[in-house]
Design a protein around this ligand. Structure first.
Ligand SMILES: [Mg+2]
Length: 173
């Protein structure tokens, strides 16, 4: 069976809207989903970035993220044809481990714990496909990266792009 490595945040877990709401609430701002881009902030506003990282480091932050549309059904279908792994760069927010693990148990109960990979550098992952919103994760990846569209990566080129889970179904099933 071919293997697929699937990212969590922005691919199956809807991180961005909750992050924007939380930041607005705690910092008294009214930023829209489009206005708050962590990838720009990291360079342009390191202090605000630090505040945001503190907010998402709350051990419960990841516990109630919404599930990205159609990901449950398509992953169930993919699991009949491929070995599916969840690969999340959880080292970026180590306090998220428990919440992420419980979230997967709740929303993707068919994925075995042994197929869940909390990792740092995803270059170590050995799979045929990787579905991820961060193209840098494909840099040293041995298989094919499929770039899952997110506001922060719309200008990125050089990879096969998927805009939603129905497109993944069309491509891989
Ligand atoms: Mg992601």
């Amino acid at each position: 069976m071919k293997k697929i490595a699937i990212d969590m945040d922005e691919v199956i877990a809807d991180f961005h809207p909750k992050m924007v709401n939380t930041v607005n609430h705690h910092l008294g701002l009214t930023l829209t989903d489009d206005e708050l881009n962590l990838f720009n902030l990291r360079n342009e506003e390191p202090e605000m970035m630090q505040q945001i990282m503190a907010l998402v480091s709350d051990p419960d932050f990841f516990s109630d993220l919404a599930v990205i549309a159609d990901s449950q059904q398509v992953i169930a279908d993919l699991s009949k044809k491929y070995e599916v792994f969840i690969t999340t760069a959880a080292m970026e927010v180590p306090s998220s481990f428990n919440a992420k693990f419980n979230w997967l148990k709740t929303h993707f109960p068919a994925i075995k714990p042994s197929n869940i990979v909390f990792c740092g550098n995803k270059g170590i992952i050995n799979a045929d496909y990787m579905i991820d919103d961060n193209a840098f994760n494909f840099d040293h990846f041995c298989g094919e990266g499929l770039l899952y569209s997110a506001p922060h990566n719309l200008l990125v080129t050089g990879y096969r792009r998927v805009n939603n889970w129905q497109e993944i179904a069309t491509l891989l099933l």
